[in-house]
Structure formats: structure tokens, C-alpha cells
Design a protein around this ligand. Structure first.
Ligand SMILES: C[S@@+](CC[C@H](N)C(=O)[O-])C[C@H]1O[C@@H](n2cnc3c(N)ncnc32)[C@H](O)[C@@H]1O
Length: 261
């Protein structure tokens, strides 16, 4: 295999089924009929950009795709040029999505299509900065992928001890269930608190969909994609995380759960 082929980000169709499910829910339930700027981690293929364009070619006025790895960014640049020929306004940046500088009041859709976990690392602080700088603001939508496989559960239980206490999750099964359903919300709530914005910004989860097919090289790791809307108001932890109306589509039996499991 040529180096450029090895470097390509290719994922199974399940990923895009999950993405379509959440985008449809957001479009039907929340999004006004307005144009958005789309900021994404498009990898080398920009497949998510294509899918969004398929759903509604008029939804997005401009796409900005980030790729931190230089060799992948070259492939992304080529894919972006091809999409430009189809009429999309798109720029490809070799850099970190958390350094995105917003230059427009048009509402944004962010897709943090991360290959790893939206927990640990410095995601709280980075997302807090996006909120403080109003890079992410009221009227925006945020989609996040996070890997659900290969956990040290002890580490999860220790890191999120406070969150599990608030959720009254005492046994291992209920902690694992909450983690799968909502751990990006734990990180987002921490980010809101870190930015001192939990009384000014309301984040609301619109759903979580698990799928197989994450991981580098298109492996079969269990992943989750989570959708959020950002609006004015106040975010209260248990309302945000334990909102009984938020659906969770969970593997392995594609169980669809609304409310308490
Ligand atoms: C899951 S892939 C993107 C797949 C793409 N959305 C698609 O559907 O075709 C994620 C890509 O983002 C890159 N990446 C991860 N974290 C990043 C960050 N903070 N900033 C920029 N690129 C990042 C990875 O190198 C990887 O190529």
C-alpha cells in the first residue's frame, strides 16, 4: 500500500448512519431555516462534508476543515479542491480545530470528529476557551465523536466520581451505562464551569448514537456520536446530563432508549 493510501481516513458506513441520524434529529427539531458555517475534522476524504451536502446542499455557506497531521492535510487539500469544483466554498487548514478563529456571526455547526476520547487530555480547557472567546456560541450546534472501546473502567470511575455521585450511579453497570450515554456531556459541563459560563449558556444534548466502525484505519471499535445545541440560559448538571427526553441509540442490539434505562 502506498503511504498516501495508508494515511487515508476511511470509515464504515455505520459512522455516517449515526451522523445522519443526529443531523436529521437536529434539522427537524431545532435548526431554523438558515445558513450555517461548518467547521469539521474532515480527515483526508471529507466524507462528512459530502454527507452534509447530500442532506441539504443549501445548509452550509462555508466549510472549514482542519487536519493536524501534515501528510493527511495534503490529501484533505486535494479533496477540498475537488469539492470546490462541485460548488462548495471550502478551505482546508493544516492545524488544530481548537485554534479555529471565528470571523462570522453566521451560526456554526462544529463536528469534532475525534478519533479518541472526548475526555481526559485537555479537552475541558480547550473547549472552555472556545466558549470564552465566543468561538462556540448561542445558536450553534456541536457534534462530537468519542471512542467507547478499550476502557480502563477503574480510571473512568475515579475520573468521573463526582458526576456519578450526582447521577446516583452506584454500581458498575449504571456507571458504565451513564458513561456510554453521556461522557462528552461530562466534559462539556466541566468546560462550561471552567469558563464560568454555566449560568449564561445552556447546552442541551439532542441525542447519542453508538456505532461500530471507529478507530484509525476503519477498525470496528465501538464509538459514539453525540449532538448538542448551544443557546442562552443556564446549564444545570442533572438537567443537562439526565434529561429523560434525550434518546440513546445503543449497541450491540441497536437498542433505542428514551428516559431511564
Ligand atoms: C475521524 S477522522 C475524520 C473523518 C472525517 N470526518 C470523515 O468523515 O471522512 C479525524 C481526523 O482528525 C485529525 N485530528 C484529530 N484531532 C485533531 C485536532 N484537534 N485538530 C485537527 N485535526 C485533528 C486526525 O488526524 C484524523 O485525521
Amino acid at each position: 500500500m502506498r503511504r498516501s493510501d495508508e494515511d487515508r481516513t476511511l470509515f464504515r458506513p455505520q459512522k455516517y448512519v449515526a451522523f445522519h441520524m443526529l443531523i436529521s434529529r437536529w434539522l427537524r427539531g431545532v435548526a431554523p431555516g438558515t445558513k450555517y458555517q461548518y467547521v469539521t475534522l474532515g480527515g483526508t476524504e471529507l466524507r462528512d462534508v459530502l454527507h452534509l451536502h447530500f442532506i441539504d446542499p443549501n445548509l452550509v455557506s462555508r466549510v472549514t476543515t482542519f487536519e493536524s497531521k501534515a501528510h493527511r492535510s495534503k490529501l484533505a487539500e486535494k479533496a477540498a479542491q475537488d469539492l470546490q469544483k462541485q460548488g462548495l466554498v471550502i478551505r482546508s487548514i493544516n492545524g488544530n480545530i481548537f485554534d479555529y478563529e471565528r470571523d462570522s456571526d453566521e451560526p456554526h455547526i462544529f463536528f469534532f470528529d475525534l478519533p479518541g476520547r472526548f475526555a481526559w487530555s485537555d479537552y475541558e480547557e480547550r473547549f472552555a476557551r472556545l466558549l470564552q472567546h465566543r468561538t462556540v456560541r448561542e445558536g450553534d450546534a456541536v457534534f462530537i465523536t468519542s471512542i467507547l472501546a478499550r476502557h480502563s473502567w477503574e480510571r473512568v470511575f475515579v475520573t468521573f466520581r463526582g458526576e456519578f455521585n450526582l447521577l446516583e450511579a452506584k454500581d458498575k453497570n449504571s456507571k458504565v451505562r451513564w458513561y456510554r450515554k453521556a461522557h462528552p456531556s461530562f466534559t462539556l459541563y466541566r468546560a462550561l464551569r471552567c469558563a464560568y459560563l454555566e449560568d449564561e449558556i445552556q447546552m442541551r444534548c439532542i441525542g447519542a448514537v453508538e456505532y461500530r466502525g471507529g478507530g484509525e484505519g476503519g477498525g470496528s471499535a465501538l464509538m459514539g456520536v453525540y449532538g448538542y445545541v448551544v443557546q442562552g440560559g443556564r446549564t444545570e448538571f442533572s438537567e443537562f446530563v439526565a434529561d429523560g427526553s434525550v434518546p440513546h441509540f445503543s449497541e450491540p442490539k441497536a437498542r433505542y432508549v428514551v428516559g431511564e434505562e
